[in-house]
Design a protein around this ligand. Sequence first.
Ligand code: HAM
Length: 419
Amino acid sequence: MFNKIKGTKDFLDLSLFNFLIDQVKKHLSTYNFTEISTPILEPLDLYKRSLGQETDIVSKEMYIIKSESDQEMICLRPEGTASTVRAFVENNINSTPWKVYSCGPMFRHERPQKGRYRQFNQINMEIIGSKSINQDVQLIKMLERFFFDTLSIDNYALLINFLGCPEDRVKFKEIFKDFLENYFEKICSTCKIRKESNILRIFDCKNESCKIIYKEAPRITDHLCQPCQIEWTEIKNNLEYLSVSYTHEPNLVRGLDYYQKTVFEFVSQDLGAQSAFCGGGRYDKLVKEIGAKEDQPSIGAGMGIERILILLERIKDKLAIPLLPPLYVILPLSKEEQSLALIIADELQAIKKAISVDIFLEEDSLKSMMRKANKMGAKFAIIIGSEEKENKVVKLKNMITGKEDILKHKELISIILNN
Ligand code: HAM
């Protein structure tokens, strides 16, 4: 027997998953996003360049594939932003803002736990080529409307921070470094290393004693240049005008190096330690970094499907998940009636009506076939014995009321059509 790879998941019932994808596609189309699809395999260097060498994803979580014949190092994509930007640059897209989304699996070699997988699914959306900070407001409002109104998720918080421009961050890193000098002996060894390699990542530390120290740390939003200060105020004001509740989380930096200015996360206590079910932010320098001639200021977000499914599982009775079409099972009572059963099934499966049709071909007794039909949730059984075959009729049994009708084949079809 083989077991699935650690950190992966089998989906044996996709009704909630498909409902979510269906709803998100409808929602994104309302906001004029177009669906695209990019490969799961990408060049390793794309992520080294875009996410940053010091990020957890690049330094320890990549699934790298090296083929025998090929020198190129390729990898399983760990996220969707870099691939979308690569597609934007490579396909010479010149109509901006380019508002696109994609759905699919991502791969990160993380320690598996509740809501954290090594293969997981994301819905990734990007607005490439728009410097207006109000694009950020609109994106956040769109997400809030989706989670709260469409999915009825209510136990969540929206955390927002503003990381300023690269110049602001250079200055802030020095201010933060000075602050850390006083606490150097008290912070954990990872933070000590990060202080030199990627100082802002220190804010991602999960160590309680470090977190207490960083609560007192200087805030980047108190050290913004004037244009950034104006943008940060504008975001907050416009979110308020749109009635979006948010919490300013001064230590939210997000673990990817491409972000600047706005960063945000939707988190829910119902998820436990892996509380973020959607995260995103602005990345104004990435498009040029990946090879475009000019900068294309951009913003985007990624939703974690598995985490949203955990939240939806609790409230699924409230959701308008489409019902399965009514199931008709055809029961030929012996091998002699199977050809007729195949013909009738074929006719029913061809009619333009949302029904589901199955045939029992295992030559079981009527009693055991009826039991099986019940267990499968069949709404109707179509019974064909030798007598029915001879008289060119079928017996239609309503599995809920028990009512039985003897019908000619044409009558059966018209009853189903008009049902
Ligand atoms: P991220 O925060 O790394 O951002 O991932 C987005 C979401 O994917 C997370 O909020 C979480 O719900 C889900 N997720 C991440 N890792 C896992 C995992 N190991 N298992 C299950 N779910 C996970 C990004 O990926 C950015 N590319 C988002 C973005 C788009 N920023 C701008 N544009």
